[in-house]
Design a protein around this ligand. Sequence first.
Ligand SMILES: [Mn+2]
Length: 243
Amino acid sequence: MKSPGALVLNPPLGRLLVVGDIHGCRSEFEELLERFSPQPIDRIVLLGDLINRGPDSSGVVRIARKLGAASIIGNHEWRILKARAYAAPSMLKSFDRPTVASLNAADWTYLSQMALTLYIPRWNLLCVHGGFLPNHPWPTQGPETVTHIQVVDDQGRAARRSDAPDAPSWAHFWKGPPFVLYGHTPRPQILYSPLAWGIDTGCVYGGHLTAVIYPSREIIQVPARRAYLTPTPNFHKQSDKAL
Ligand SMILES: [Mn+2]
């Protein structure tokens, strides 16, 4: 299957809103948009995992389409796109099935156009769903790495936090440039590293939906209406501290 493309953009004339993992939390996403109040010269970027786990995946995708938001591909979108491309429903997880059933043709087109990375050189800003393996040039890293990486294990490999709970976040090793905004690793608070901010604050687990506005770097956070899912034990664990 063809890898999603790397997007390089000029800064918008107005503001850029970069939104963390929404996971079907449509009401919280709508409240965030109300607070941001998008103007025609603004641009919206979603950091992937728009779908699954929460109450209204297709509703979130439809808002994203209507807004003309640029979306970065998350591991959830990558998996359902692969299952569709290979006509292999066995690749789906159980919670993918209601999502897949709810998507129309235009939704699939939107998902298939999601970018692997979004880079704005003039702002030295790079957006990605999961992150990057340190000590490898970021533009050469493919979807399996950048949509999945959470931590770096003691062999220097990309790993899930659940497989290596004491391993440091990839962001701990990130030396830039550029500065990275990422999601995928849910934590109760934003993880501020010197050159990377992790803004998945676990809305679907009852945390917050977080966004960063550029160039002001103002933060908007909307509390979850409720916990749609019980958090994993690692959610509240703060082993992956900033430098
Ligand atoms: Mn993810």
